[in-house]
Design a binder for this molecule. Structure first.
Ligand SMILES: [Zn+2]
Length: 252
């Protein structure tokens, strides 16, 4: 079972790679020119055959290079494939409501890849996170007011916290896409899980900014997209959130 889930995850991961690399800023995610068309080498434009598109294996056999022009290919391909496959194989083992959280993580991976490449978070993906929050409420019943409150408080928390940073920094520390994403994450993860999520995102982002500044690859003027850190924090909270909250409340 785990083997098949892992294999399915490899295929889905390879699909996420394609979408994230073909997406153009400001465009729609699920349009013909993003989803359709044969894959080709980004360097020599040669159309790839099926055996050059097998997740993980093709990259390994070709030693990370195009078969035709020998240009080295991005490590994003195998890394995203392995991460997605691990999500499919192991999230059902450790997490309740696994199908919903797996979809959520796929959206987060896509956001991280696109924001890292283009410094843009597509509204469609934030709306999708919001939609998954509605699914959780729906499970408990839409007429049940207690089902709504933690999600609405979570949304308010994400929106106000990142919104405040956006306003105070006049949009230099955060983009509007980050604010929308934090609100959507708050609605999906609900109160109180949005708190460790935001804390983790800021710690990871701060750590990364320090490393980048120390290595002098960028200066303070360069913007570092925040979406990937929100996404990574979200994945960590899916896996360890319950544990963290239990230990927090255990100590209090
Ligand atoms: Zn090539």
């Amino acid at each position: 079972m785990i083997f098949w889930l892992f294999a399915l995850g490899l295929a889905v991961g390879s699909f996420l790679n394609v979408i994230s690399l073909r997406y153009k800023a400001g465009g729609h995610l699920f349009t013909a020119d993003v989803l359709k068309g044969r894959s080709h080498c980004p360097y020599c434009q040669k159309t790839l055959r099926w055996f050059e598109l097998v997740p993980l294996l093709s990259f390994a056999i070709q030693m990370g290079r195009c078969r035709h022009c020998r240009h080295s290919l991005t490590w994003q391909y195998p890394i995203v494939e392995v991460i997605t496959a691990s999500v499919f194989a192991f999230v059902p083992v450790y997490v309740q409501a696994a199908p919903i959280w797996i979809v959520a993580i796929l959206v987060l991976i896509l956001i991280a890849l696109i924001d890292a490449r283009l410094s843009v978070i597509p509204d469609q993906l934030n709306l999708f996170l919001l939609f998954l929050g509605f699914v959780f409420i729906g499970i408990k019943g839409f007429q049940n007011i207690n089902a709504w409150s933690p999600h609405l408080i979570g949304l308010a928390a994400g929106l106000s916290f990142l919104g405040l940073i956006f306003v105070v920094s006049r949009g230099r520390a955060m983009g509007m896409g980050d604010v929308k994403m934090a609100a959507a994450l708050g609605f999906l993860f609900a109160w109180p899980k949005i708190v460790p999520l935001l804390m983790t995102a800021f710690m990871l982002g701060g750590l990364w900014a320090t490393i980048v500044l120390l290595s002098r690859k960028k200066t303070l003027k360069d913007a570092i997209p925040f979406g990937p850190f929100l996404a990574l924090a979200g994945v960590l909270v899916v896996i360890w959130g319950d544990l963290v909250l239990r230990s927090f409340y255990g100590f209090l």
